[in-house]
Design a protein around this ligand. Structure first.
Ligand code: KMH
Ligand code: ZN
Length: 311
C-alpha cells in the first residue's frame, strides 16, 4: 500500500443523502457550500468533495452552472483540491451525473465502482415532518432504486477521466467493487496511482465496522499490492472511529456533513470545519500524523494541478 507520512483529510461538504430537515447546518446555496468548504480547507482538509443543491429548496441537483459557481468560489479562495462528485443525486441519470468531468476538467472526481441498492428510506421514520415537500419522496424512492454504475457506464466515464487528465477516486461500497476496480485497472482503464475510497455503512453496501475496514483493506492489498492508497468514509456515527482506524493503518480520512451530521451523540455539527477540526485532532492524538497540504496530495496522487483545470 502507498502511504504518506501526513494524512489526507477530505471533506465532503453537502452531498445528496441528508436533507435540510435533518440539520439546519447543511450548506445549500453555492455561497454557503463554498464558504463552508473554504473554512474546512483552512481547518486542514486538502480535498473538498462537492455536490450541489437547489438554492431555494435544498434538493440535490446536477446543475452544471451551480457546480461551476461552487468550484470557482472555492478555487479562487484557497488552494484545496476541488473534487466534484460523479455520483451526483439519486434522481439523476448516469449520463447526467458525469457531465461535470468534461465541464470542469477537475484534478480529481469521484468514480463509483459498481451498481448497488442505496437505501435512505429508513431515515424517514426518524422525522415527524419535513420542511420541504421533496424530502420524504426523495428518501422513500430509494426503497426501489438502484444506484447505477454498470461496466459499460464505467468504461465510458473512465475514458472521459483519461481524456481530461482527471484522477478518479474509486468509491468502493463493497468487496466486489474492489474486484471491479482491479479488472478495469488490468484493462488499462484505471491508471496508477490508484486511490480508493472505502465507503462503509451505506444501506446496500458493506457495513461500517472495524472488521469491514480490515477486510476491504486486506482485499485491496491482495489485488493492488503496493499500487494503491486509500481513504475511508464511515457513514454516520462511525465517521470518527473508522477515520482514526484508517489513519492508524496508514490510510486517509474523509469527514463532512455529506456522510455524518453529528460531532458527538445528539450534538449536530454546526459546520464542516468543526468536523475537520475534530478529525485532525483525533488523528494527531492517536497517530501523530498531521494533515497533508494540497500540494503534498497533488504530488502523492500525481494530479495535473489546479492551473490545468477549467474551474
Ligand atoms: N455519498 C457517499 C456515500 C460520490 O459522490 O460519487 C459516496 C460519495 C460518492 O460521495
Ligand atoms: Zn459524494
Amino acid at each position: 500500500m502507498r502511504s504518506l507520512d501526513e494524512v489526507i483529510i477530505s471533506c465532503a461538504v453537502t452531498g445528496a443523502i441528508h436533507t435540510p430537515t435533518m440539520s439546519p447546518h447543511l450548506p445549500i446555496t453555492p455561497a454557503e457550500i463554498a464558504d463552508d468548504a473554504i473554512a474546512a480547507a483552512e481547518a486542514g482538509a486538502s480535498i473538498i468533495h462537492i455536490h450541489v443543491r437547489d438554492p431555494d429548496t435544498g434538493e440535490p441537483v446536477g446543475d452544471l452552472s451551480l457546480f461551476r459557481e461552487v468550484a470557482g468560489r472555492i478555487s479562487d479562495a484557497c488552494d484545496a483540491i476541488v473534487q466534484p462528485t460523479t455520483g451526483g443525486a439519486l434522481t439523476q441519470s448516469f449520463e447526467d451525473r458525469i457531465r461535470v468531468v468534461p465541464e470542469l476538467s477537475p484534478e480529481m472526481a469521484s468514480c463509483n465502482m459498481g451498481s448497488i441498492n442505496f437505501g435512505l428510506y429508513q431515515l424517514v421514520d426518524r422525522y415527524d415532518e419535513f420542511e420541504y415537500d421533496w424530502e420524504r419522496p426523495y428518501l422513500e424512492r430509494t426503497r426501489g432504486h438502484i444506484f447505477p454504475n454498470t461496466f459499460e457506464d464505467l468504461e465510458g466515464v473512465l475514458e472521459s477521466f483519461a481524456e481530461h487528465g482527471t484522477r478518479p477516486e474509486l468509491e468502493c461500497y463493497d468487496v466486489g467493487h474492489l474486484y471491479n476496480a482491479k479488472s478495469l485497472y488490468d484493462r488499462g482503464l484505471i491508471e496508477a496511482p490508484v486511490h480508493i475510497q472505502f465507503v462503509l455503512g451505506i444501506h446496500g453496501g458493506i457495513g461500517a465496522d472495524p472488521e469491514t475496514l480490515t477486510i476491504m483493506h486486506r482485499v485491496a492489498e491482495k489485488l493492488f499490492g503496493d499500487a494503491f492508497s486509500f481513504s475511508v468514509i464511515g457513514a454516520g456515527r462511525m465517521q470518527f472511529p473508522l477515520g482514526t482506524q484508517a489513519a492508524t493503518m496508514g490510510g486517509n480520512v474523509r469527514v463532512g456533513l455529506e456522510d455524518n451530521l453529528y460531532l458527538g451523540p445528539g450534538e449536530l455539527a454546526e459546520s464542516n470545519a468543526d468536523l475537520v477540526k475534530k478529525g485532525v485532532r483525533l488523528v494527531q492524538e492517536q497517530t501523530g500524523r498531521t494533515p497533508a497540504t494540497p500540494d503534498q496530495v497533488r504530488e502523492f496522487l500525481d494530479l495535473k494541478g489546479k492551473d490545468a483545470t477549467d474551474i
